[in-house]
Design a protein around this ligand. Structure first.
Ligand code: DQA
Length: 143
């Protein structure tokens, strides 16, 4: 199965964000780890990151037929970007939401997710390991 791993705003700056929330990996290292997890699960990963909401939405528009599932970490857009929610609905591809940090137990605004109810599952607060779980969830969902 082909799985798209889509990262949003500020995730490319991972190495410069608070390690207490996000761990100490750089973004390149994060993607490399996820690639390893995908191969262990016999999944075909493809990666995309942007800081532009328009590009993020455009990427979702193009997913149908190119990916069997999608893992999304939209960063702060998660909490308010209704256009991303609409684009995910249009994409019509099984999705799992991932957050590195424990969004339920940080600032109040991070407890809201505009995409959650469109997703098969949400994984948060497990750092890079959360992506392994998300991949396994999608694999089971697609079986
Ligand atoms: C994040 C959590 C968001 O609240 C934050 O804005 C991010 C990263 C995470 O992976 O924990 O940029 O999505």
């Amino acid at each position: 199965n082909r799985i798209d791993i889509v990262h949003g705003v500020n995730l490319d700056m991972l190495g410069r964000r608070p390690a207490a929330h996000y761990g100490d990996l750089t973004f390149d290292q994060l993607e490399q780890q996820i690639e390893g997890f995908a191969h262990e699960l016999d999944l075909e990963p493809r990666f995309f990151q942007t800081n532009s909401e328009g590009e993020f939405v455009g990427h979702l528009h193009r997913l149908e037929g190119l990916a069997d599932g999608v893992i999304l970490n939209p960063g702060a857009w998660t909490h308010y970007a209704w256009a991303i929610r609409d684009a995910l609905e249009i994409a019509a591809v099984p999705a799992v939401e991932v957050h590195l940090s424990d969004v339920e137990h940080r600032e109040e605004f991070r407890r809201v997710s505009v995409i959650r109810d469109l997703c098969v599952a949400t994984v948060a607060g497990q750092g890079v390991e959360g992506y392994r779980e998300a991949l396994a969830i999608l694999k089971r969902h697609l079986a």
